[in-house]
Design a protein around this ligand. Structure first.
Ligand code: RB5
Length: 148
């Protein structure tokens, strides 16, 4: 698995924590920043990373901002992206099992590094259940193919 990782200025610390986790789990990743101490715009990070996942260059993407909301909104605009905003472990497990999400967003102003690591770890290792969930995702893909 190859993971694309990015944050805005509001998510630097959790991004560093997730980078450590990916190293510990021996998961290949590329960190796309930001490197800055000043304010940046989250779509400038979310959109290129989402495109890299949608194109197949990366299997998964993890995005961090202050709330995780801006990153998830932007990522979900990219065709083929199913980005889950998760701040609890139940959702992290459920969204892999039911939604086959290929991106995860979290907010550094919402949760601490310990919980973020746990959420990311569960999300990275969780399996898609398939079955009835295939058809539901299929309806989203069908909509994308018709309208986007
Ligand atoms: C930046 O101040 C903040 O708006 C951003 O990190 C994020 O929370 C947006 O959704």
């Amino acid at each position: 698995m190859k993971v694309a990782l990015a944050s805005d200025h509001g998510g630097i610390h959790i991004r560093q924590e997730i980078a450590k986790l990916l190293e510990e789990l021996n998961i290949e990743y590329v960190d796309f920043g930001c490197d800055c101490e000043t304010s940046v715009d989250y779509p400038d990070y979310a959109l290129p990373v989402a495109e890299k996942v949608a194109s197949g260059e990366f299997d998964r993407g993890i995005l961090i901002c202050g709330t995780g909301i801006g990153m998830s909104i932007a990522a979900n605009k990219v065709k083929g992206i199913r980005c889950a905003l998760c701040h609890d472990t139940f959702s992290a497990k459920a969204t892999r099992a039911h939604n086959d999400t290929n991106m995860l967003a979290m907010g550094e102003r919402v949760i601490g590094p310990g919980l973020a690591r746990e959420i990311a770890s569960i999300w990275l290792t969780g399996e898609f259940e398939g079955g009835r969930h295939e058809g539901r995702i299929g309806k989203i893909t069908e909509y994308e193919n018709k309208h986007l």
